[in-house]
Ligand binder design. Structure first.
Ligand SMILES: [Zn+2]
Ligand SMILES: [Zn+2]
Length: 403
C-alpha cells in the first residue's frame, strides 16, 4: 500500500527534508551528476565490449526450441535484413547495450531523484501524464530506430558524394574523444538554429507544440515528439559526425544512447539546476523554463544538451532558481488531463492528428477567405460597372444634349 501510494498518488514531502534540500542545493546536484557520470562510464564499457565480443544467437535459440520451419525461415530473413542494414560494430553495441544493467536502472534512478528532489511534489511519480508519454515512448522508439538508421546511411552517402569538401582531413588523426567533443559542439550549434526555426515558423511549431504540451514533465516526455518533428530534428544532426570522422560506433553511442539519457534527465520533474555546470550543459531547471507556459519565457533556452549557445546568443533566461508551470496556451489541444486512463491510446492519436487538423483548418479558412474575397470583388465589380455604366450613360446623354 505504501509503495502504491508513493508511486501513484500525489505526496507531501516532510518539512525538514524541504528545508534541508533548500539549504543544501549541492546535494541534488552531486547525486544527479554522480548518476549521469556512472551512466557515461557504463556507456564507455559497452563501447569497449562492443569492439571485442560478438553475439547473435537469437535465431539458433529459436531453432532449438521451435520445429516450425516457416517461422525459422522468417527469423533468418529478418536477421539477414538487419545485418544488411546495420554495421557489425553497431549490432554488437545494441546486443551489449540490452545486456547492460545501466539501461534498466536508468528509469528507477530518475524516479528516485524525482521522489527525493521533485520540482512539483503534488505530481505523482506514475500519473496520467507519465502513462500518456509512455505510450509516446512505445511508438517513438521503434519509429526512430527504423527511421534514423536508413536516414543516417542515406545522409552519409549524400555527404560523401556532394559535401565531401566539408570533411576536415586533419580530424582523422585527432584522438576519438576530441573528434567526439568537436562533433557534439557543432551538432548542438546546428540544433540551436533548428530548434529556433521550429519555434518561429508556424507550421513547424504546430508539430513541435505536441512536445511542449506536457503540463506535468516526466521521464518519458522526451519521447512525446511528433514523427514530423522527429524527422526535422534528425535531419542535420549527423553531419558534424561525418565532418570530424567520428566512428559509426561512437556516433551511435552518443546519438542513440547518451543523448536519450540526458533528454530523460532534463525532462524529469526535478528541482535541479546542476550548479556551475548548468552554465555549460542544460539541466532540468534550464529545460523546464524552455517548456514554460509563461509569455516572458517564450522562445528561450533552446539548447538541449548544452546551455552555452543560449548564453552566447542572448536567448537564455538567466535566473537559475525559477521552476514555472509548463504547457501550451492552446485550449483546443487534447491534453490527457481531460480523459480517463483507458482513453489514453485514443488521445495519443488525437495528439498526433492535432497539427494536421490545424494546418487543414487554416488551409480551408484561407480558401474560404479567397472564395469570399473573389465573391466580394465580383459583386463590387458588378456594382462598380453598374455605376460606371450609369455614369457613362449619363455622360453620353449629357454629350448628346450638347450637340
Ligand atoms: Zn522547443
Ligand atoms: Zn523538451
Amino acid at each position: 500500500m505504501i509503495i502504491y501510494d508513493t508511486l501513484f498518488k500525489p505526496r507531501r514531502l516532510p518539512g525538514w527534508w524541504l528545508r534541508f534540500t533548500k539549504a543544501n542545493p549541492i546535494v541534488p546536484n552531486i547525486i544527479s551528476i554522480a548518476g549521469l557520470a556512472w551512466i557515461c562510464l557504463s556507456i564507455a564499457n559497452i563501447i569497449s565490449a562492443s569492439q571485442i565480443h560478438g553475439h547473435g544467437q537469437v535465431v539458433e535459440t529459436l531453432g532449438a526450441v521451435s520445429n516450425s520451419k516457416p517461422l525459422i525461415d522468417k527469423a533468418i530473413d529478418l536477421r539477414t535484413a538487419y545485418h544488411d542494414l546495420v554495421p557489425v560494430e553497431v549490432r554488437r553495441l545494441f546486443s551489449n547495450l540490452y545486456g547492460n544493467i545501466a539501461l534498466y536502472l536508468l528509469i528507477p534512478f530518475l524516479l528516485l531523484l524525482e521522489f527525493l528532489f521533485p520540482c512539483n511534489p503534488s505530481q505523482p511519480l506514475i500519473g496520467k501524464s507519465f502513462l500518456q508519454d509512455a505510450f509516446w515512448f512505445a511508438i517513438d522508439t521503434p519509429l526512430s530506430f527504423l527511421f534514423v538508421l536508413p536516414v543516417v546511411e542515406f545522409l552519409h552517402g549524400l555527404f560523401e558524394q556532394y559535401l565531401g569538401f566539408l570533411t576536415l582531413g586533419t580530424a582523422t588523426v585527432w584522438p576519438a574523444y576530441v573528434q567526439l567533443i568537436a562533433a557534439l559542439l557543432l551538432a548542438e550549434f546546428i540544433f540551436w538554429f533548428n530548434h529556433f526555426a521550429r519555434h518561429k515558423i508556424r507550421t513547424l511549431w504546430l508539430f513541435h507544440s505536441v512536445h511542449h504540451s506536457q503540463k506535468e514533465m516526466n521521464v518519458f516526455t522526451d519521447n512525446r515528439v511528433h514523427i514530423v518533428d522527429r524527422f526535422i530534428i534528425s535531419l542535420l544532426m549527423f553531419i558534424p559526425f561525418f565532418i570530424f570522422h567520428v566512428s559509426t560506433l561512437y556516433a551511435v553511442a552518443v546519438i542513440g544512447i547518451y543523448k536519450p539519457i540526458h533528454d530523460r534527465f532534463i525532462h524529469a520533474n526535478l528541482k535541479i539546476n546542476l550548479g556551475w555546470l548548468g552554465w555549460l550543459i542544460s539541466s532540468p531547471q534550464f529545460h523546464r523554463v524552455h517548456h514554460s507556459v509563461e509569455s516572458a519565457h517564450q522562445d528561450k533556452n533552446f539548447g538541449a544538451h548544452f546551455s552555452i549557445y543560449d548564453y552566447l546568443f542572448g536567448t537564455a533566461v538567466r535566473s537559475r532558481d525559477i521552476y514555472p508551470q509548463t504547457g501550451i496556451a492552446d485550449p483546443r489541444f487534447p491534453t490527457e488531463d481531460k480523459v480517463c486512463i483507458s482513453k489514453l491510446p485514443k488521445n495519443l492519436l488525437e495528439q498526433i492528428v492535432y497539427p494536421f487538423k490545424h494546418i487543414f483548418g487554416h488551409l480551408l479558412s484561407a480558401r474560404r477567405t479567397k472564395i469570399l474575397g473573389a465573391r466580394i470583388r465580383f459583386r463590387m465589380g458588378r456594382q462598380l460597372s453598374k455605376h460606371r455604366n450609369i455614369r457613362l450613360f449619363k455622360k453620353s446623354r449629357y454629350s448628346e444634349t450638347l450637340k
